[in-house]
Design a protein around this ligand. Structure first.
Ligand code: ADP
Ligand code: MG
Length: 582
């Protein structure tokens, strides 16, 4: 596999285009495999340089590199990074205005883009996937690839469609990236994308500069324990993680009352408030953000000195990501978890809340299969009718797809509105007679409003006996040419029923079993956290073992330093977490 010329070319690009003198651990192994045409799973901790693993090959491969990432905010930072190096890249997401979107399509169609970033939801967009078919996709990079595993801690139904897409688009090679994968999840990802065992590149999670600590406490003492920690330590950028929004508010207030520069951060705040807090934190040397898990995704701050878990994290996967934000600069940083048994109940209730009732699932199945062999569903309508969260509806539909009972035939818009930008004569002049006639027929079906024409796609398809795909393609083409301004509406997901199962009750039951199994797994994850806290050994070693890595005792966690563990007989004597040197 080593190819001296290619490897040298990669090093030159690393230096000249990216401005880095050396590859970071694991990067060269990933890049080399990709350039040799193989698919790879890269497991690197957050901040270890996963993005470069596709950014660099993108420049050496002929076609397009398509990057799927759920974190749109992070895409923006990367685009700035790439733009500064004159690398042609763009993102498509629903927040862009029309002009920008058209510009991106234009660059894509003219082959001017090397990298295109999208969120997974975009794969449900009929027009987008169709436009991809015209391109040679050299590399498909999937960020947060653990979301693909149905049994992972962060399953996203949209992710399951990626593997099919990779096949449909005849993608040459795939790069799956994640910072957290247990051996089982890694196996799932490799199976799904046919990554060979040799092509899993794992850099290891061990971080010698982190000082993990667990401290037993009870609900009443928690604030006092936190305050005593803050009083004894050196100042430094700090995150305090809590579970609930109201806890974030309350604890932040308590810290402010005690004279600390603290702010609450959670999903309940306005967007601009949140970005103001994040910006202030980025710039500050001693700010304390008391946050729910909504905080941290886009925070690339290297000198976070303290991460406290005021509440238990919901899994070891979340825990490792959250403490992984500390000490990216390599300096000593404290990660302390306050362990209070009351939290277990709260976390378990979250898991139960994600499971629909058996009755709702039965009704859902009756409803969906009572619609004939093709059905079209507005997901929000199903969600309202059966009183299930949108995510639950999507998950149910995905399960049915996975079982081969239904197949998604794509999301589409039931109607479009358009505004012509020129006269129809001029618009049609560039088409041959047959196509011009087709467009005339389509336009005749449109109803004129004040400033817009409205077109019902299915009604038009029926009226002129033409497939809806052809109509959508024509409208899309005119939009790309700038002849029409188009607004699509009424997003629907369409499915074809592949098998009419005689026993719908049994189907509903088997669906329920999967939800229960997921629920059990979520609950087991909470227990894993408690187990970490209560087992007698080295915290670092125990954590790494969970992710499939074996190591000796670290010598620098609170357990190795001889502090007590929570559980029977444990005292509440607080460990004196050493202040960091930095
Ligand atoms: P991840 O996606 O693994 O969390 P990123 O790709 O965001 O990490 O990279 C983290 C930081 O490391 C970025 O600031 C990036 O520019 C930097 N980086 C990546 N590769 C190198 C390298 N070879 N040398 C120095 N810095 C690098
Ligand atoms: Mg990343």
């Amino acid at each position: 596999m080593p190819n001296p010329n290619r490897d040298e070319a990669a090093r030159v690009l690393l230096r000249d285009v990216f401005g880095f003198t050396e590859f970071l651990k694991g990067q060269e192994a990933v890049v080399g495999r990709l350039l040799a045409g193989r698919s790879v799973l890269a497991i690197f901790p957050t901040g270890a340089g996963k993005s470069l693993c596709y950014q660099l090959p993108a420049l050496m491969l002929d076609g397009l590199t398509l990057v799927i990432s759920p974190l749109i905010a992070l895409m923006k930072d990367q685009l700035d990074f790439l733009a500064a190096r004159s690398i042609p890249a763009a993102r498509l997401d629903s927040s862009l205005d029309r002009e920008t979107t058209l510009g991106v399509y234009d660059a894509l169609n003219n082959g001017r883009l090397k990298l295109l970033f999208i969120a997974p939801e975009r794969l449900n967009n009929e027009r987008f996937t169709r436009s991809l078919e015209r391109h040679n996709i050299s590399l498909l990079a999937i960020d947060e690839a653990h979301c693909i595993s149905e049994w992972g801690h962060n399953f996203r139904p949209d992710y399951l469609k990626i593997a099919q897409l990779a096949k449909d688009l005849k993608v040459e090679r795939v790069l799956c990236l994640t910072a957290t994968a247990t051996p089982k999840v890694a196996q799932d990802v490799c199976d799904e994308f046919r990554v060979a065992g040799d092509d899993l590149v794992h850099t290891g999670f061990y971080r010698p500069n982190l000082r993990p600590a667990v401290t037993p406490t009870d609900g009443e003492q928690r604030d006092a324990v936190l305050l005593s920690r803050l009083a004894k330590r050196r100042r430094g950028p700090t995150i305090v993680y809590v579970t609930l929004q109201r806890t974030a508010e309350r604890v932040a207030e308590a810290l402010i009352d005690a004279g600390y520069p603290a702010r609450a951060y959670h999903a309940g705040l306005e967007n601009d408030q949140r970005s103001a807090i994040q910006d202030a934190f980025m710039a500050s040397g001693d700010m304390i953000v008391v946050a729910t898990i909504a905080f941290g995704m886009g925070v690339d701050k290297s000198n976070i000195r303290y991460v406290y878990h005021y509440n238990l994290p919901k899994s070891l996967e979340s825990y490792s990501q959250e403490i992984g934000r500390a000490g990216r600069d390599g300096l000593e940083s404290v990660c302390e978890m306050l362990v209070c048994r009351d939290d277990v109940v709260v976390l378990e209730n979250f898991s139960y809340g994600d499971t629909p009732t058996a009755e709702a699932v039965r009704e859902f199945v009756e409803d969906v299969f009572g619609r004939g062999d093709q059905f079209v569903v507005p997901i929000h309508e199903l969600s309202q009718r059966h009183d299930m969260r949108i995510l639950v509806v999507k998950t149910l539909l995905t399960y049915l797809e996975l079982d081969g009972v239904i197949r998604s035939t794509g999301a589409f818009y039931s109607s479009v509105k358009f505004q012509p930008q020129k006269g129809s004569k001029e618009m049609l002049a560039r088409f041959d007679a047959r196509r011009a006639e087709f467009l005339r027929q389509v336009f005749r079906q449109a109803k004129k409003g004040k400033t817009w024409f409205a077109l019902d796609i299915d009604a038009t398809a029926a009226a002129i006996s033409s497939p809806r795909e052809r109509i959508m393609a024509a409208i899309g083409y005119l939009e790309e040419q700038g002849d029409l301004i188009v607004q699509a509406s009424g997003l629907r997901d369409a499915y074809r029923v592949l098998k009419m199962l005689p026993d719908r009750r049994q189907l509903a039951e088997s669906l329920m079993e999967r939800f229960w199994r997921r629920e059990q797994l979520d609950i087991a994850r909470v227990r894993n956290v408690v187990e970490l806290a209560e087992q007698p050994g080295c915290l670092t070693r125990h954590m790494l073992a969970y992710f499939g890595e074996s190591r000796d005792d670290c010598g620098h966690c609170s357990r190795c330093a001889g502090h007590p563990r929570p559980g029977r007989g444990a005292t509440d004597r607080a460990p004196d977490a050493r202040p960091p040197d930095g």
